[in-house]
Design a protein around this ligand. Sequence first.
Ligand code: IPM
Ligand code: MG
Length: 382
Amino acid sequence: MNYSIALVPGDGIGPEVIAPATEILDAVGDTYDHVFHYVELEAGGKAIDSTGEPLPQETLEAAKQCDALLLGALGGPQWETLPGHLRPERALLGLRSGLGVFANLRPAALLPQLKDACPLKDAVLAASHPEGKPTFDLLIVRELTGGLYFGTRGRSTDGKAAFDTETYSWAEIERVLRAGYAAAAVRRKKLCVVDKANVLESSRLWREVAAVVSKDYPDIETRYLYVDNCAMQLIRAPGQFDVIVTSNLFGDILSDEASVLTGSIGMLPSASLGSPDDPLAKKGHPMGMYEPIHGSAPDIAGKDIANPLAAILSTAMMLRYSFGLEQEARRIESAVNAVLDSGLRTQDIARRNSTPGTEKILGTKDMGEAVLKQIIGDMNNA
Ligand code: IPM
Ligand code: MG
């Protein structure tokens, strides 16, 4: 089958981590007889420099025609002083809403190979794990195209007061909850709705919708937590969570918090999905936007030290969710696993005091190469 992928390498370390990711996709394509056709597009800082706007209309229109979008990272210090509507972040928001990708899946799991990078003590981890193991594996489903990030905002006429608004409709809440239940159904069947229903009216609506929608998923346990409590529970007992579903703002904050527990933000992929019924859905699968969650990291850009694994794992999510290629997705995930097993690390995931000879630190290109070799090797042995 042929697939078209809108490619936005973006700014900072974006292009460096996207390059190995597409090489790996191509290797997988060669073996399974898929052709990935890339449509390279500009957004963020690069687009500001060349066109004056963060998200040129052509970029959005071209992305809509593709089967999925793979993005590196957007932004950097040189664009930070621009007014709000011209900043690179606007491109991210514009792509998310323009593509209708309302459900942002952010997995955060502790890999056994990186266990020592987790700041929590084993005893703390084990206490909340259902089987008493010092680990956790959770998924945050963040609502991505509504709430505070898209609500009406403004200033008073004298500029001395400002407001942002949190608005959610029943339909917006329902569809992201259903995305959460679909994810929980193939995981450990536990879903936690996170809100601030003791104060916010919009949160009370979230609970009302959840009470109705949860009836359609009787085999999934539904519970509710206030966001302040959830922030605390994440660092004192992360093992209690399976799927967390929450609003745009709360999901933004909680997913950064959860990433620290995994040891490195350089490992975490993400998928943002639309509805399979949306006109932009292709070949029966939802439109999807895939990106590592680490951002553009301008301080290490161009140094060949960034960790490409989050970008590589994002392509696995793309194969799974937008193309329905589960086996191919697993190939990539198991290759990453094998590379970590063999002790290969980028500097962000290396242990400071590892036993000599157990870990080897690689740059971005060599790490990508190691995963590629592993994939090609796997294929030859298959
Ligand atoms: C994220 C980022 C973005 C967000 C910023 C860059 C607009 O923090 O993807 O989590 O807040 O959504
Ligand atoms: Mg964020």
